[in-house]
Design a protein around this ligand. Structure first.
Ligand SMILES: Cc1ncc(COP(=O)(O)O)c(C=O)c1O
Length: 483
């Protein structure tokens, strides 16, 4: 038998570069030191390393982020539409500070005033909009709220299969990933037995059926309904009068899919089909909710009432990860959705509910609908001028409210040009754009089925002058990137 000689454990090999960085909390590390530590100690599994050279930011205000050297970056994506009401919004910060001084922590099993008032305000807002009584259930993070909505659907129907859109995005927990179209998010994580059946979205610029919006007669809805024609299409049992699919998850305007706006009557026609086959409409408002499209909820632009709604992000202007679901009373009343149906320690945390309540105050005091629609029209008109200047290269611009898109193409006006978009994105991050004698960066978000779309979600407080400024920076980016 081999005997092991007892060795004194050797010291782990020190990485001289890293160990030379003092981490006693007394010295302020510079950007280079922080980036070296980040490379070594942070997981790269999030989205930071999508960028070639990640950037560290230190301050934010209004429409601007400031890097560690104090250089301003004009932000046209506002944290993927989480910070709709501007960075460092003083009124919302004050609400947060007030709550920190009164009830900063409370286990979610107990009640607090702000939670109750917030749920009631959202519930009443939806009663006004949809003439439907409902209830609200809070959680943290968009994907977790999507999970709760899946549980709610499954609880009611006892079914676990869903329809969802190609190009749709609902988050990256396992359940949310199973209804998110991109296989890239599932590939390394085993088999998703309950993966949704993905249905083409009405993306008219690239119609999946090769039709033109003027005379297509909503061919896409007809194609969807065709699945129910016979049991042999695999979704419907005509004898039992039941579908194998419980709900259809939709984003009224696709977010990550490239801020694609559907034809006006698409959802009305789709809802008729869903009602005929007893399939719930679950409306994911996580990115488009809270006035991004000029209405409180994106779906309001399309005249249908969802059965369940999911929201998050801008509900707290990104100051707290509070999220939630709203559902019609018959789906969520205490008889069918009793205590303990779902829970998280942080679900209705008091800091989040206090800020969200202040957001509700703001949107009830000010006419955001008019404001966002006016600014959106002005911005879109400016984008159309830019499109004329870069004919072909900007294949499409469109928008609803302040959810705007620039689809970048090869000079033929149609073939996606992802490389150009990547160059522009990097140039924006480099921060060498100029205005007068000052240097600026630009923060853009890239989306779309071919990653060739700038999805613009500017701050609601953006002024006409700032829109002009943003257009000037975009112009510089196109000029530099095209070369
Ligand atoms: C439409 C939509 N649903 C769900 C999510 C997931 O939300 P979260 O990132 O907060 O988990 C997102 C995030 O971008 C989203 O845009």
């Amino acid at each position: 038998m081999k005997t092991r000689t007892k060795k004194t454990p050797s010291k782990p090999k020190s990485n001289s570069k890293i160990s030379s960085i003092s981490l006693n909390g007394k010295q302020k590390l510079n950007a280079e030191e922080l980036l070296r530590l980040e490379k070594e100690y942070c997981s790269w599994g999030d989205t930071v390393h999508y960028a070639e050279e990640p950037k560290i930011f230190e301050r934010s205000e209004g429409s601007y982020l400031y890097d560690i050297e104090g250089k301003p970056y004009f932000d046209l994506q506002m944290w993927y539409s989480a910070a709709n009401f501007g960075y460092n919004n003083k009124r919302l910060a004050a609400a947060l500070k007030r709550q920190i001084d009164t009830l900063p922590q409370l286990a979610c099993q107990y009640l607090h005033r702000e939670k109750i008032e917030l749920a009631a305000r959202i519930g009443k807002a939806n009663e006004e909009r949809f003439c439907e009584k409902g209830r609200v259930h809070f959680n943290v993070g968009g994907a977790q709220a999507v999970e709760d909505s899946l549980k709610l659907v499954r609880n009611t129907t006892k079914k676990s299969l869903m329809f969802a859109f190609m190009g749709g995005y609902h988050g990256r927990t396992l359940g949310a990933t199973s209804i998110t179209s991109s296989y890239r998010y599932r590939r390394r994580f085993g088999h998703f037995s309950e993966r949704a059946q993905f249905v083409p979205y009405p993306y008219c610029f690239r119609c999946p059926y090769g039709k033109k919006p003027d005379d297509c007669g909503l061919h896409c809805v007809k194609q969807f309904e065709k699945q129910f024609e016979t049991e042999y299409n695999g979704v419907w049992d005509p004898k039992a009068g039941e579908s194998e699919f419980a709900a259809f998850y939709v984003e009224s305007v696709q977010g990550t899919g490239g801020y694609v706006v559907p034809p006006k009557n698409y959802f009305v026609e789709l809802k008729k089909v869903l009602d005929r086959y007893k399939i719930f409409l679950v409306d994911d408002e996580i990115q488009m909710g809270f006035y991004r499209t000029g209405k409180m909820w994106g779906i309001e632009n399309f005249d249908v009432t969802p059965d369940i709604m999911v929201f998050g992000k801008a509900m707290t202007n990104g100051l707290n990860p509070l999220s939630g679901i709203w559902a019609k009373e018959h789906l969520i009343n205490p008889k069918v959705w009793p205590a303990g149906s779902t829970h998280s320690t942080f679900s209705s945390n008091s800091l989040g509910t206090a800020v969200a309540l202040e957001v509700m105050n703001m949107i009830e005091e000010e006419d955001f609908e008019t404001k966002i629609q006016q600014k959106g029209r002005y911005f879109l008109a400016a984008l159309k001028d830019l499109q004329k200047k870069y004919k072909g290269v900007i294949g499409d611009v469109d928008g609803l409210g302040l959810a705007l898109r620039i689809e970048v193409c090869k000079p033929d006006g149609y073939t996606p040009d992802r490389e150009l978009v990547d160059r522009m994105f990097q140039l924006g991050m480099e921060g060498n754009l100029t205005a007068g004698k000052k240097k600026y960066g630009m923060i853009l978000d890239v989306g779309g089925y071919y990653k060739n779309v700038f999805t613009l979600a500017p701050s609601f407080d953006i002024t006409k002058q700032e829109i002009g400024f943003a257009l000037d920076l975009l112009d510089q980016l196109f000029r530099k990137a095209i070369g």
